[in-house]
Each structure stands twice: as C-alpha cells, then as structure tokens.
Design a binder for this molecule. Structure first.
Ligand code: C2O
Ligand code: CU
Length: 473
C-alpha cells in the first residue's frame, strides 16, 4: 500500500522538526530518506551504493545522496529557509549547486562561489527561497561523472497557499549510459568524441530511478506533474497519453497563461523543468519520451477511485513569483555570446587559458567548443552588470548541435528568436537552442554576485562551453 505524505512525515520522528524548515519526505514513490541533525540541518550524505540499475542486471556502484536515486525530495514553502548539510562520502571533492533558484551567491555551490568540499568533509548551505516552483540540486564539480553516477535530486518550493485538491508528483527523468550487463559505462567519461557530439546520451531511461515505474494518483483530484530533466545531455520530449496536460510552469516559473499541450510538443533540455496540470479523470496516464521512431513509454500513472463530475473548469495560472520585468530594451547594449565548435562545426581553434591554440591542441586538452572564441572557463566575466541594470544577451548558436544554456542565479526572458519576436515568452534558467538558432534574452541583473553561464549538456560544459557573468553589489 502506498504511504501517503502524512504517513511518511509522521514516521520521520526527529526529522519532522526539521521538516518544518525543509521537509525531506517522499511522495508515494520516493524513499523515506530524511536525516536531520540536531541543529535543524537536513543532511545530504553522499554514499557509494552498489545498485541494480537495470532489472536483471549486475550491481553497479552509484554515488547517491542518502543512498537513494534520485536524491531526497527537499520541500520548503516559498520564503522559507533551506538548511542542508552536504557530507562528502566520495574519494574526491564535490560541491552542491541549487539549480534555478534565485539564491544568495555565496550558497550557489559553483566553483566561482566556494572551494570544493574535500572527501570526508561537509559544507552547510543556508538560503532563502524567493520563488515557488520546481528546482533541483546536483554537484558542480566534475559534473559529467558525478551527476551520471546518480547525484541529483529535486528541490520543490511550495506556493504559499497550497493548490486545492491537486495531487503533486515529481517525475525525475534520466537516461543512463550502461553496459550490456547493466553496469554504468565508465569508458565514455571524458571521451572527447562524445563531448564533441551530443554529449553522454544514455540507453537506460529511468523515472524516479526506476525503469517504467507504475505510479498511482487519485482520479478525483487534479494532478500536478513536475518533470525534471536530470540527464547529462539528452533533450527530452515528454508526452502524456490519456489526457491533455496543461502547461503551468517552465523552469520553476509560472507561465502567464496556462495552455493545453494538445499538438504542441514540449522540449526540455538537460536541467530544464516543466510543471503540468492534468484534470480529474480515471484514464491511465502514460508518460512517453518522443525520440526517433516510436515514443518510448517511460512511466505509467494509474488513477484510482472515482473521478466524479467531468472536470471542465479552467486551470488557473500559478501565483506569479514577481520577477523584475526588463521593460523597454531600447538603447540597451546587446552582448552576443557566439557558440562555436563541436563535430561538423568547422572550428579552427580558440583561446585556451589565454593562448591561441589550433583545433588539434584543443582536442588534446579535452576541449571542442568555444564561447566568443574562448574554450573553457574565462578569467574575465562574459559580461559585468550594475545591480538592477537591464541585460540583453543574444545567444548565437553557430554549431550543428542543440545546446541548453543555463544561467545561475537569475531567469532570462526570451525576446527574439532568429530575429523575430519570441512566441509566448516564458522565464527560463535553462534555455534550449536548436542548431544554428539565435535567441535574444533579456533580464534584470538584480542578484549580485558571480554567476556561471554554461551549456547544461555536461560534456559540452566540460569541453569548453562555460563562462560567467558578474553582477556588482
Ligand atoms: Cu544545473 Cu551550472 O548547473
Ligand atoms: Cu551544449
């Protein structure tokens, strides 16, 4: 029998005090994994856990927060405080990044904001959460390997007023690259050919750590599905069969006018999120990922109990988080970020650690991509802004590959796509660009600090697609 959230919470004992600040409790399909320290911190302890990832396959060593995949779902109310103690049980350094949250820069968990946490040591993250929505956490060091080993989990910031009669399920999507025997493929890590193509694309799809899980939800309630793409590099094209879902949020931020995803195909780059609301009803739901060929069915949600009256009422927009709107862009300097390189990209060379090097030397050093002619992290920021200044960036994808551009600490609003006004613009922290596409975005640089800006295809990031912006205090 699936446990209800209440039963889960009741069972956590000492943890429930901490749950008032941050609840690490599971919805039915999550393990109960709260570890609370006496000082009110929720502990996220990285453990190496031999795990059977593929049904019938061999055990493989995963690296997991509190021993579970995905890591515990952290829940906190909007304007609440997150207090998490990261305990590094790896043999290598790590750090924890909170993806998509408009966070205090010191707590961002990137190499620009903190030193790596050595093996056996811990780091305390304490921050307020200004925005309700669906976020996630993952390491920001050797990310391609650490995330692929299972280090990620959802961070859910609840609305101040809970949605009435809506069941809430987080679906964490991942594709792992495994060998025939079910063990995690190790050879592909650091492979420059993979990094120069689409990145580490997996062959074993999981939802909440399981292959094709069967979940259940009440037919008599609306259902909010929070989709999180935690894969290293795969662009996901989620599709729901059995109902027409209504899109209510992207990358955590509510969209202005919720819309039915009838014929419209949702696309989520790695790191991207979408919140969908599904009306009451008793038809079983199937989540599929559209790729080449037949859509791959990845999860099933059975709807139990009575659906009641037909659900024809409107689906209201979620309460706005009040992000500062950029306003008129007249006279504002557009800073171009030209993305080059990769297979079939014709890149001749780039600046690497301050030196001009040819393609061969780039590749020998593990690089295949550049931003504005520079491969890898830059000493100088790509752009510096005064606090509160309106920023306009045009991403120019001159490569033959899609990319998922992620800015830390702030969300951006697309204003132009290939020179035309953006259609139904929505705040994004992870913006998918097609091959050869250019997208102009605007935002108010209102969060002071040093913020990374990189491709969230983790192998692309590692192989050169990484820079940062500076917002002066
Ligand atoms: Cu989700 Cu810079 O990362
Ligand atoms: Cu990329």
């Amino acid at each position: 029998m699936p446990l209800t959230r209440r039963q889960m919470l009741a069972g956590t004992g000492a943890a429930s005090a901490a749950a008032a600040a941050v609840g690490t409790f599971g919805i039915p399909h999550f393990h109960l994994t709260a570890h609370a320290a006496d000082d009110g911190f929720t502990e996220l302890k990285i453990e190496k856990v031999p795990t059977v990832l593929m049904d019938g396959g061999k055990e493989t060593e995963l690296w997991l927060y509190n021993g579970v995949t995905p890591g515990p779902e952290l829940r906190v109310k909007r304007h609440g405080e997150v207090k998490v103690r990261l305990i590094n049980g790896l043999d290598e350094p790590t750090m924890l990044h909170w993806h998509g949250i408009r966070i205090d820069n010191a707590m961002d968990g990137s190499p620009l904001t903190q030193n790596p946490v050595p093996p056996g040591e811990s780091f305390d993250y304490v921050f307020a959460v200004p925005d309700a929505g669906t976020y996630w956490y993952h390491p920001h060091l050797d990310s391609s390997r650490q995330v692929e080993h299972g280090l990620y989990g959802p961070l859910i910031v609840e609305e101040e007023e809970p949605l009435e009669d809506v069941e809430d399920i987080t679906l964490v999507l991942d594709d792992w690259l495994i060998n025939d025997d079910g063990t995690l493929n190790q050879e592909a890590f650091g492979d420059i050919r993979i990094a120069a193509h689409g990145g580490r694309l997996g062959n074993w799809f999981t939802v909440n750590g399981k292959s094709r899980p069967r979940l259940s939800a009440a037919a008599g309630k609306r259902l909010r599905l929070r989709l999180v793409n935690c894969s290293n590099a795969r662009v996901m094209y989620p599709q729901i069969k059995g109902a027409i879902p209504v899109l209510v949020a992207l990358d955590g931020q509510p969209i202005k006018t919720p819309r039915e995803l009838g014929g419209e195909q949702l696309a989520l780059g790695p790191g991207g999120r979408a919140d969908l609301i599904i009306r009451r009803g008793s038809d079983e739901l199937t989540l599929a990922n559209v790729g080449q060929g037949e859509p791959l069915e990845v999860a099933y949600i059975e709807r139990t109990g009575e659906a009641g009256e037909p659900d024809t009422g409107e689906i209201a927009a979620l309460p706005d988080n009040g992000l500062a709107h950029p306003g008129s862009l007249e006279g504002i300097e557009v800073r171009e970020l030209v993305m080059e390189g990769g297979a079939m990209g014709g890149l001749q060379g780039a600046k690497l650690r301050g030196r001009d090097v040819g393609m061969r030397e780039l590749v020998e050093n593990g690089f295949a991509w550049s931003f504005n002619g520079v491969a890898g992290m830059t000493e100088e920021p790509f752009a510096s802004y005064k606090l509160g200044e309106t920023a306009v960036i045009e991403f120019v994808n001159k490569t033959a590959w899609p990319h998922a551009m992620h800015l830390h600490g702030m969300h951006v609003l697309p204003v132009e796509v290939d020179g035309k006004p953006a259609d139904q613009p929505a705040w994004r922290d992870t913006l998918l660009l097609d091959a050869d596409q250019r997208i102009k975005v605007a935002f108010v640089a209102d969060n002071p600090g040093k913020w990374m800006l990189h491709c969230h295809m983790l192998e692309h990031q590692e192989a050169g697609m990484m820079t940062w912006v500076d917002v002066e205090a």
